[in-house]
Design a protein around this ligand. Structure first.
Ligand code: CMC
Length: 436
């Protein structure tokens, strides 16, 4: 970051002296006012619940222009990455800062592929869960447990440990998601196959059985690869900030990523794809397209507590660029599977059209986000609704790891410790139990 020529001046109406605060430029996007010395200079904190105006770090990984609807990984537009690169190239880009050349891609892909198997003992750990446990509950446990199985890569301050844990996490996440699915379905686990692509391998581990040959459908493989690319990183969202905060204490990378998985589970974040599909099912059950008007009325009623899931975003105040790419993939997958007249997709399109014309959504700049379509794609592929967020977690792992490693390498990194405005009781004395 570069110090700007101008400074910010903070003045107080009670006559306290003005405070000058440095301003920094990033490479693109809004400047930031450096308030690190504010407490020392004024005895006051800033108050910003939800981090509406607070940058908690500097980062060179992902840039979002929410007004334009632009998303860049290391400077490359998501549209170019999604159409010209695959997920392995995207992982290399996010982790190391550059797209690989052909030899680099082959080497990186090979390294990831050679780490896809998980310690056999993990199966017995998994068996401790109820068969009907939510996959995200299982994933939180399994990812946290990795630190108990891979002791040689748990020192976050050791660059070699960070490198190997990054590869292990990226490689093993799809294996764990597929294991969680097979456990729930009561089917045998399918081991990874090294001659398949990252996405193809996931499809194979999910849908193959020992009884017959499973052939990966290239359209579904491409669709899944695109889901992985589109979800790979999204700068300082709730789960990534959770990973950074958790990792800032020096905890091991597997524990930090497990914290990210737990945060992603929430319906306002990664759980939205599951919630969006459940919402479409509900409307469908109540009468489908004819009931959209009634549903939209409920959404607009603040007392109903109903939201249009898959709509709205903290940062995008324009169409989420990932939603456009996902809509394209959605059409391709449905055509490939002969589901072109899928009623849920038709319902989603009708709902989107009405919402995009409605004053409530227009005035609040609420547009479809990636989750609006990703649920339909995953369902068409055959992934059960409860597993959607786990697939998102597998995709986001590379972003979490890249952000965690960037933080550890940042000379300005400190343990994260937000401040508070205390509004509780002031000092008081305990009354003896008998007198209370
Ligand atoms: N349906 C109806 N109203 C909405 C919605 C929605 N989906 N989203 C926002 N609003 C309204 C909200 O009630 C508020 O209205 P008012 O100004 O009258 O009080 C206004 O729009 C601004 O919303 P906000 O809650 O202040 O915005 P936020 O930035 O705090 O919330 C959000 C962002 C994503 C949590 C929210 O839009 C939401 O809950 N959307 C549905 C869940 C969803 O699809 N989440 C996935 C996000 S994308 C995936 C990811 O990055 O994880």
């Amino acid at each position: 970051m570069k110090l700007a020529d101008n400074k910010a001046t903070l003045s107080f109406s009670n006559g306290s002296p003005n405070v000058e605060l440095p301003v920094y430029h990033g490479s693109v996007g809004p400047d930031v006012i450096d308030i690190r010395k504010l407490y020392a200079q004024t005895g006051m904190f800033t108050y910003d619940p939800g981090f509406m105006s607070t940058a908690a770090c500097q980062s060179a990984i992902t840039y979002i222009d929410g007004d334009k609807g632009e998303l860049l990984y290391r400077g490359y537009p998501i549209e170019q990455l999604a159409t010209q690169c695959d997920f392995m190239e995207t992982c290399h880009l996010l982790l190391y800062g550059e797209l690989p050349d052909a030899a680099g891609k082959q080497k990186f892909t090979r390294t990831v592929t050679m780490h896809t198997m998980v310690n056999e003992q993990m199966q017995f750990f998994l068996r401790g869960f109820r068969r009907d446990a939510h996959p995200m509950a299982i994933m939180t446990g399994l990812v946290g447990a990795l630190s108990a199985f891979y002791h040689d890569s748990t020192d976050i301050n050791n660059p070699e440990h960070r490198e190997i844990s990054a590869i292990r996490l990226i490689a093993k996440m799809p294996t764990l998601v597929a294991m969680a699915y097979k456990y729930n379905a009561g089917q045998p686990y399918i081991y990874p196959k090294n001659d398949l692509s990252y996405a193809g391998n996931f499809l194979h581990m999910m849908f193959a059985t020992p009884c017959e040959e499973y052939v990966v459908n290239p359209v579904l493989e491409r669709a899944l690869d695109r889901i992985f690319i589109l979800h790979a990183d999204h700068e300082q969202n709730a789960s990534t900030s959770t990973v950074r905060l958790c990792g800032s204490s020096g905890t091991n990378p597997f524990a930090a990523i497990a914290a990210g998985v737990a945060c992603l589970w929430g319906p306002a974040h990664g759980g939205a794809n599951e919630a969006a599909l459940n919402m479409l099912h509900d409307i469908q059950r109540q009468g489908g397209v004819d009931k959209i008007g009634e549903f939209i009325k409920q959404v607009k009623d603040k007392n109903s507590g109903i939201k249009l899931m898959g709509f709205g975003h903290r940062v995008y105040k324009n169409y989420d660029p990932r939603a456009k790419l996902m809509q394209e993939t959605c059409k391709e997958v449905l055509a490939e599977l002969g589901l072109g007249s899928d009623p849920l997709f038709k319902l989603a399109m009708a709902l989107e059209k009405i919402a995009l014309e409605d004053e409530y959504f227009v005035s609040r700049k609420l547009y479809p986000n990636v989750d609006f379509y990703s649920g339909i794609v995953q369902r068409a592929i055959g992934i059960p609704v409860g597993l959607f967020t786990a697939v998102f977690a597998a995709a986001r792992t590379v972003g979490w790891i890249a952000q965690l490693n960037e933080m550890i390498g940042d000379p300005e990194y400190k343990i994260g410790r937000p401040r508070q405005l205390y509004t509780g009781a002031t000092r008081r004395d305990v009354t003896a139990l008998a007198q209370r």
